[in-house]
Design a protein around this ligand. Structure first.
Ligand code: IPM
Ligand code: MG
Length: 353
């Protein structure tokens, strides 16, 4: 009997549902070929639901999500809702409550895709960022005193426990071993200024590496220099690992070097629980309903989901299909300039199966 995966789908806001729909189309085609089944359940979390009910995320949401094998997310962010409410109340809350402590973000330039970096191609831009996803500055520890006065003090702390750092680094080392590219893991930090938080990262990195992963080469980059090398010498990188805030920032830079938000996908991963996969780009409200947005990032997020579920061959097939489309069909990754509609891009990829 073929295996059935129970997937929660959160289309979300703006163009989120449109790109999620194309990802599902492709996943369904991959399932037929690779002999597994998908049982999909839609969830209406997002701005519209909040505006009509006043509820951001039901308290039962995380328990409900825990019943699934994985979650596919379109996008969160609504123009009529103050920035931060939905992002914190839905996206970050799910990441935290489901303990998705890894944010896995491949920076991969597909063939035929324009990169703003001169003289670099798919050979040079192909690495993965492992971003710690539940700690650091995102923990929300801090506060105001004397708010609104000239004496106001605002603080927000970068807090890391040994446990959080160690589990993230372990994942990154294991991932580097599995990836089998250059066997190189680079820690991205700021040990010259953040002499507590990144000192902890560096010590655990070196101890764990020397003891358990002697075959993996360890590199270290300050985050500012890393940004420089991501533009100048991206071919140096295999896997990079870093804390939450730095990871957030450098992965937007990475996304631009791989052709932009239309293609950048990520996975919020709990290696022992339920993971959630999403295109990194936002909800692009101005394109909502026009069938012009690029669904490739969502489709790649779907491939990452299959890979994590253990359907590696199906995931590879999707990647191959995406590479064929970027190399031979699609004119640009930009919304409205692809030469195809959102639906047609989904059809093209699905027709590979
Ligand atoms: C991301 C986003 C989120 C983050 C926002 C929307 C809360 O920028 O997924 O990178 O900061 O993690
Ligand atoms: Mg971000």
């Amino acid at each position: 009997m073929s295996k059935t995966y129970n997937i929660a789908v959160i289309g979300g806001d703006g163009t989120g549902p449109e790109v999620a729909r194309e990802a599902i189309k492709v996943l369904e085609a991959a399932a037929v070929k690779h002999n597994f089944k998908l049982a999909l359940t839609d969830h209406d979390f997002g701005g519209e639901r909040y505006l009509s009910t006043g509820e951001i995320l039901p308290d039962s949401a995380s328990d409900e999500m825990r019943k699934y094998d994985a979650i596919l997310l379109g996008a969160i962010g609504h123009p009529d809702v103050k920035p931060g409410i939905l992002e914190k109340g839905i996206l970050l809350r799910l990441r935290f409550e489901l303990d998705q402590y890894i944010n896995l973000r491949p920076v991969k330039l597909f063939p035929g895709v324009d990169t703003p970096i001169k003289d670099k191609g798919p050979e040079e831009i192909d690495y993965v960022v492992v971003r710690e996803n539940t700690g650091g500055l995102y923990t929300g520890i801090g506060g105001f005193t004397m708010k609104g006065t000239e004496q106001e003090v605002a603080s927000q702390s970068m807090v890391y426990t040994h446990h959080q750092v160690a589990r993230c680094l372990k994942y990154a080392f294991d991932y580097t071993r599995r990836r089998k590219k250059n066997n190189t893991l680079g820690l991205v930090g700021k040990t010259n200024v953040l002499t507590y938080a990144y000192d902890l990262w560096e010590r655990v990195f070196n101890d764990m590496g020397a003891k358990d992963y002697p075959e993996i080469q360890r590199d270290y980059y300050h985050v500012d220099a890393c940004c420089m090398w991501m533009v100048k010498n991206p071919e140096w990188f295999d896997v990079l690992v870093t804390g939450n805030m730095f990871g957030d920032i450098i992965t937007d830079l990475g996304a631009m070097t791989q052709g932009g938000m239309g293609i950048a996908a990520g996975g919020n991963i709990n290696p022992n629980g339920v993971s959630m996969f999403e295109p990194i780009g936002g909800s692009a409200p101005k394109y909502t309903g026009q069938n012009v947005i690029n669904p490739l990032a969502a489709i790649c997020a779907g491939a990452m989901m299959l890979d994590t579920l253990g359907e590696e061959a199906a995931a590879k097939d999707i990647e191959t299909a995406v590479a064929d489309i970027t190399a031979n069909k699609i004119k640009s990754l930009a919304a409205g300039r692809m030469g195809y509609s959102t639906t047609e891009v989904g059809d093209l990829i699905a027709s590979h199966f």
